[in-house]
Design a protein around this ligand. Structure first.
Ligand code: ATP
Ligand code: MG
Length: 572
């Protein structure tokens, strides 16, 4: 391809809206343009990247025995009502009406549609197993569309769905998908980690996420790893055991109310009362499906909203507004405590039950209680882990300790069980002629998110360093003076040789200064750069350089194809 024939509108200015380096490079490199919040146009270079990644995904899915189909994006609301998700998915679902005022949904995922497809059509165990997938646009009205292609409202996903006769067969299918995922990301030059995750709105029994570890702000997810065994989980799901639990030998002391003027935050209270935050019980008031609940956690911990939500079985959970907190605790915000708290469920983290002579808010303005003890002074309605795992604490599986890293979720796999087949009555007849629901799995990969994640992982201060298998082109040829007949001829000849060897190339045939061409080349990040200039031409050579290193190599004009192939072998 010639630069002047395609459309690569590079920008010198850094677009102010872009927070992440990968988002800035996509805009500056002329890969994408924004149409609306979370909605982007993919320009020619991005289209090539997407196609290359999608083809890797397609190839590995096919190898794993999955079959490609295409399901509609436009769904009748009734199908979502069959599973019950129409009521529970919440505002993330994009909805519309047609001219007959019929309710429709723009698909954000396709469990219902694929289950509807097979319901009544696949009647016998002999037709199973089945693994159907598609690569297609998805719509989700994300609360915060941001970071370019990372969290869009319209994006491309590969979604696959497996149907099996029983748990054993399902586990085989699931493992095949896990293996295919590792193979896909490896081919795309990305080293991913599989972590346990919450099943969220998808439901089902268990789930895993494939994470690309990054040390930039793009790592939206916090991940917890064990330093000893292979335990790995998203913070939403990660659990722990306390590495050094406090000794409970203190005597139970009488309850005492104290003045804590202007002290309502944890820091203010602990410094005013000169106590460790581990002695404090934080009382947080939340609204779970609009009903208030109190969550008790130790002063030094963070509430894990997902764990609380899962325990309550709620669809939506939000921090209670001040007016509700004041009504429930009969005091201003900042002084809530479990003692005397009436008429609302009190969910306590197990660590709270182990604090002897704790400090909590007194449900009175500027007052706290000392020597609060469970059972004598308050009784939680449930004791469940509702806090985040923390680095340094003990691994739930072994004697190791937890560490944490940041990651970007590029794919995930869900063990759905019979959630959709039961609710939608999708059954088959087993070998004994008995009716059974399908055992299902669902498997997603972000086709537009993953390439941006790759940039977040592989870049420098000049631009992108594409992994070769998802790069828009493998080679960029830069004739320093394309207007010179000799430069042009050599460039065209090398171009033809590479292309006929199956190596896709871009020639920068613009009549631009060398500096401009080099800057743009660094920005768009094509792995191999071939520079044609007077100095090396004089000795029958050109200069070859890998985008990921500073080393330049002189290559004889007759040996370019072999040299490029050799370099491509050595790089990621
Ligand atoms: P997240 O936790 O990031 O919201 P999710 O659990 O909602 O992701 P899935 O519904 O399983 O994700 O979607 C499968 C894959 O699609 C994800 O692993 C991710 O790579 C991609 N994806 C999900 N939401 C978006 C989005 N809003 N924009 C771009 N890609 C997305
Ligand atoms: Mg999501």
């Amino acid at each position: 391809m010639r630069w002047t024939q395609t459309y690569i509108p590079t920008l010198r200015e850094v677009p102010s809206e872009a927070e992440l380096i990968s988002h800035r490079y996509l805009l500056r490199g002329g890969f994408i343009r924004k149409l609306a919040a979370g909605v982007y146009i993919y320009l020619p270079m991005m289209q090539r990247v997407i196609d290359k990644f999608a083809n890797i995904v397609r190839d590995e899915m096919n190898k794993a025995g999955a079959i490609e189909i295409t399901m509609p994006v436009l769904h009748p609301a009734e199908i979502w009502q069959m599973s019950g998700r129409y009521e529970t998915v919440g505002k993330e679902q994009m909805r519309l009406q047609d001219r007959h005022l019929h309710n429709l949904v723009l698909g954000g995922t396709h469990e219902e549609i694929v289950t509807y497809l097979l319901k009544g059509e696949v009647k016998s165990y002999k037709q199973l197993p089945l693994n159907l997938y598609q690569i297609q646009v998805k719509f989700r009205d994300e609360i915060r569309p941001r970071f370019g292609l990372m969290r869009g409202r319209e994006f491309i996903m590969k979604d696959a769905y497996t149907f099996d006769v029983d748990e054993n067969a399902f586990m085989v299918a699931y493992q095949k998908m896990v293996d295919a995922y590792f193979a896909i990301f490896r081919r795309a030059g990305l080293d991913t980690r599989k972590v346990e995750s919450d099943t969220g709105a998808m439901g089902g029994k268990a789930a895993h996420e494939f994470m690309l570890i990054v040390d930039t702000d793009g790592g939206e997810q916090t991940l917890i790893f064990c330093d000893h065994c292979d335990y790995a989980a998203n913070i939403e799901k990660a659990t722990y055991h306390e590495a050094s639990p406090p000794q409970i030998d203190a005597e139970i002391l009488p309850l005492k109310e104290v003045d804590t003027p202007h002290a309502s935050t944890i820091e203010e209270v602990t410094s005013f009362l000169k106590i460790d935050a581990k002695r404090l019980i934080k009382t947080l008031i939340y609204l779970a499906d609009k009903k208030p609940v109190a969550a008790l956690i130790r002063g030094d911990r963070e509430l894990n909203l997902i764990k609380l939500k899962n325990h309550l079985g709620a669809n939506e959970i939000d921090m209670a507004p001040a007016a509700i907190v004041e009504e429930v605790t009969e005091s201003p915000v900042g002084y809530a405590g479990p003692v005397g708290l009436k008429n609302i469920p009190i969910i306590a983290d197990p660590e709270v039950t182990r604090i002897r002579n704790a400090v909590t808010g007194a449900n009175k303005n500027e007052k706290h209680l000392l020597n609060v003890n469970i059972d004598r002074d308050f009784a939680p309605s449930a004791v469940v882990e509702i806090v985040n795992a923390v680095p340094g604490e003990g691994c739930p599986r072994c004697n190791g300790h937890l560490t944490s890293k940041r990651g970007i979720e590029v794919g995930n796999t869900f063990m759905l069980g019979t959630k959709y087949s039961v609710s939608m009555e999708a059954h088959f007849l087993d070998a004994e002629g008995k009716e059974r629901p399908f055992i299902m799995g669902s498997y997603g990969i972000g086709i537009t998110r993953t390439p941006q994640a790759a940039i977040e992982r592989y870049h420098d201060d000049k631009g992108i360093i594409w992994p070769k298998n998802i790069a828009p082109y493998l080679v960029e040829i830069i004739p320093l003076n394309y207007e010179k007949e000799e430069h042009k001829q050599v460039a065209e000849q090398i171009y033809q040789e590479l292309v006929s060897n199956g190596i896709d190339c871009l020639i920068d045939d613009r009549l631009e200064r060398a500096g401009v061409k080099f800057n743009d080349a660094d920005l768009i990040g094509i792995p191999v750069r071939l520079v044609i200039g007077d100095k090396s031409l004089k000795i029958g050579k050109l200069e070859m350089k890998y985008r990921g290193s500073n080393e330049m190599e002189q290559v004889a004009l007759g040996n370019v194809v072999a040299a490029v192939k050799g370099l491509l072998e050595r790089i990621n």
